[in-house]
Design a protein around this ligand. Sequence first.
Ligand SMILES: Cc1cc2nc3c(=O)[nH]c(=O)nc-3n(C[C@H](O)[C@H](O)[C@H](O)COP(=O)(O)OP(=O)(O)OC[C@H]3O[C@@H](n4cnc5c(N)ncnc54)[C@H](O)[C@@H]3O)c2cc1C
Length: 286
Amino acid sequence: MMPLRRFTIHQPKNIAEASGMLAEFGDDGRLYAGGTELLLAMKHDLLRYQHLVDVKTIPGLANIESKNGSVVIGGAVTHRAIERSPVIREKLPVFAEMATKVANVRVRATGTLGGNLCFAEPHSDPAALLLALGAKARVEGKKGARTLSIDQLIAGAYETRLENDELLTSVEIPAVAQSQRAAYLKFQIHERPTLGLALVLEVADGGEEIKKARAVVGSISAAPARADSVDARLTGARRKVEEQLQAAAEELANVADPVDDLQGGADYKRHLVGVFLKRAFIKALA
Ligand SMILES: Cc1cc2nc3c(=O)[nH]c(=O)nc-3n(C[C@H](O)[C@H](O)[C@H](O)COP(=O)(O)OP(=O)(O)OC[C@H]3O[C@@H](n4cnc5c(N)ncnc54)[C@H](O)[C@@H]3O)c2cc1C
């Protein structure tokens, strides 16, 4: 590992000041939260910045609140805070449970939700689950605020649709309703997830009827993947859906178009989609 090149840390007092700094520094500047991705990449000399703008000094970005049937999680909230939050555990237990399985406790204690989503590392647990839950990311910059769905935010591997002067300030996630069932399962052999499978179902008749479904597979390709046609296969009488699970998994794998990498071959990952979609279906309805 290389010694770190010299850089300056700036501590803005608010979002406007942070955005102004990013605009001023241009390609020489970058936001910094927990530093678990950024500082590692800088130590390896893969990324070089002279100015780091610390989001943790901005008031309000580490808040978690329940608002109008949703949970709003600030961009600088750590995975550990998510896992321990009474609000998230009550309103979005599936999200709290997912957070307990991100990385290890040291990374969770400093790594943030904003850093995870905005680094857009393809092996992300929160990104897949947030897409299934229909979460919206609020981003703010010099031109004002805008809201993006998770698939709009993540453009591809290590790529987001944020402008240079924009920060992710919060993520708004609809609370899981009484009529909904949600499950997230991950499979991991190395440091990062090999696959994450998120499933959110809206049910009636004690779970015998699936009124709506949203399945997302993450970590097997550049960005989390889903399709309306897959979700349609997962909708209807439970018995019919059970018969369709393999076909739905094959379609979901096709949409994701898995890549061969150190986590495994594409065919192996296609197989995992089938195994984990079936397990997630059972878990969601249990
Ligand atoms: C050993 C290890 C294991 C891991 N395992 C997992 C795992 O199992 N599952 C998983 O999902 N993830 C895993 N991760 C990734 C981990 O979740 C991220 O490292 C962490 O969340 C990044 O957050 P950070 O605050 O440290 O980001 P930083 O390193 O500070 O920043 C990362 C990037 O995000 C940008 N950024 C940060 N905050 C914002 C913001 N508010 N708005 C806009 N841009 C921002 C920065 O400019 C930078 O480009 C692992 C990481 C490590 C090191």
